[in-house]
Design a protein around this ligand. Structure first.
Ligand SMILES: Nc1ncnc2c1ncn2[C@@H]1O[C@H](COP(=O)(O)OP(=O)(O)OP(=O)(O)O)[C@@H](O)[C@H]1O
Ligand SMILES: [Mg+2]
Length: 415
């Protein structure tokens, strides 16, 4: 006799409405999935976090989190869910809280990746605490900011060690700007970082074993930052970008993350790869939006049906053993790291499993993106995001880009 199981997916959301709506619509279209004589079905629920007892049960088996990076109460609820209830989390709050940009730089440096030269300097304004003055007199000696900067060379970047959202980031051209920016950094702990000359800025969004590398133009307004261009990197740089993104995620146990990499010819320099709450708005991803939400659904369904366990521990030493192997050159190391990452994400099994258990998903997503429901969602988002006199123009803009995806995807599915 066949068994049935219903899996609840929890969405822990901020103000966003677009991708959750898309996620729910596509999840409904997954329908039932049968594997090993068990019929699985899926529901999603938008979570609220009330006062909670540390032993309370958690109804959702898997939670996609968009809050823990910013807010403590949901973050602590997620930790309890991971430790007490075994809830599967995208992402683990443990590694995202402790492995901010600075730790990620250190770890990737240790693996031999091309992290730009970076120096951490003490706080400009130390924490307001009685014990600070006597304590700091012992360990926090005066230092020469100008000579550190001169050694790194101008222009350089000053940015918070934990990063995120362009907060406190400045490009510094000379010594006067250096001191002004440091004075303004106040109670933020800052990195000084050498500038990487680059031709391309790649932004790679990863969801489980899936990675989309996008041509990102940080100087443009939000709606125009992601260019739709498929061969903007050399094949070698493209492969390296995918590998580095996936390795970072596997190394830290992150499953829903974006990485920023500066690319010069075949060389790839990762500069930012700890984004616990990556941008997935339809108004910035447009063309890539259907892929992103499909991947979120696909990976969630895969994890639930195959009973994948949430991970709270890491495999750091395995990576370091490769880093320390004198018999391997840089490319061989990258390949060996990637093999661990693919093992962790079950990449091969994932794609085989999707092919046999979710053969209808591509058509369903294509159908949904051409439906009135998608249209309504896009209209609502544009209405909520732009002033009345620009709504028409932006609706056309995003429609044009999404329609381009519809054409490309239709062609891909027919071949
Ligand atoms: N070393 C560097 N060389 C060249 N450009 C850099 C460097 N570091 C930062 N930048 C530029 O500054 C921007 C912001 O830096 P970074 O990504 O490190 O900070 P952030 O606060 O995480 O910003 P966001 O959240 O918008 O990505 C980058 O997108 C890039 O355009
Ligand atoms: Mg960044």
């Amino acid at each position: 006799m066949d068994l049935t199981r219903i899996h609840a997916i929890g969405l822990l959301l901020g103000a966003e409405e677009d991708w959750p709506h898309a996620f729910e619509a596509i999840l409904r279209r997954v329908g039932e999935v049968t594997a090993d004589h068990v019929t699985h079905s899926f529901t999603s629920e938008r979570l609220t976090i009330e006062p909670f007892d540390l032993t309370d049960p958690v109804h959702s088996e898997l939670v996609i989190d968009r809050l823990a990076h910013w807010y403590y109460h949901p973050r602590e609820w997620l930790k309890k869910a991971a430790l007490v209830n075994g809830t599967y989390l995208l992402n683990s709050p443990f590694t995202f809280q402790s492995m901010e940009k600075h730790s990620a730089y250190c770890a990737m440096l240790r693996l031999g990746l091309k992290v730009p030269r970076t120096v951490l300097v003490p706080y400009k304004n130390p924490v307001d605490n009685d014990r600070w003055a006597p304590t700091s007199a012992k360990y926090n000696l005066p230092f020469d900011l100008s000579s550190i900067a001169a050694d790194l060379g101008y222009p350089l970047y000053m940015k918070p060690f934990d990063g995120g959202g362009w907060r406190g980031v400045s490009r510094i051209e000379n010594e006067a700007e250096l001191h002004r920016a440091y004075d303004e950094s106040g109670e933020m702990l800052m990195h000084l970082q050498a500038t990487v000359p680059h031709e391309k800025f790649a932004r790679a969004l990863s969801i489980g074993p899936e990675t989309m590398v996008m041509d990102f133009r940080p100087d443009k307004p939000m709606h125009d930052r992601y260019a739709v261009s498929h061969d903007f990197l050399s094949p070698v740089a493209g492969e390296r970008t995918v590998a580095i993104s996936r390795i970072v995620n596997a190394f830290f146990g992150w499953e829903f993350n974006s990485a920023e990499l500066l690319v010069q010819g075949d060389e790839v320099f990762p500069i930012d790869y700890a984004n616990a709450c990556p941008d997935v708005a339809v108004t910035s991803l447009h063309y890539y939006f259907p892929w992103a939400i499909k991947a979120l659904v696909r990976w969630s369904v895969y994890c639930l049906v195959t009973g994948r366990k949430t991970k709270v521990d890491l495999q750091t030493e395995r990576y370091f053993a490769i880093a320390d192997d004198p018999g391997l050159d840089a490319d061989a190391k990258l390949a060996a790291y990637l093999a661990i990452a693919d093992e962790q994400f079950e990449t091969e099994r994932y794609w085989e499993w999707c092919a046999s258990h979710l053969p209808h998903l591509d058509e369903q997503v294509l159908d949904w993106v051409t439906s009135t429901d998608f249209d309504r969602m896009l209209k609502d988002v544009v209405k909520a995001t732009y002033p009345a006199h620009q709504q028409h123009e932006f609706l056309d803009h995003f429609h044009g880009l999404v329609d381009l995806w519809v054409i490309d995807e239709g062609a891909r599915l027919r071949t």
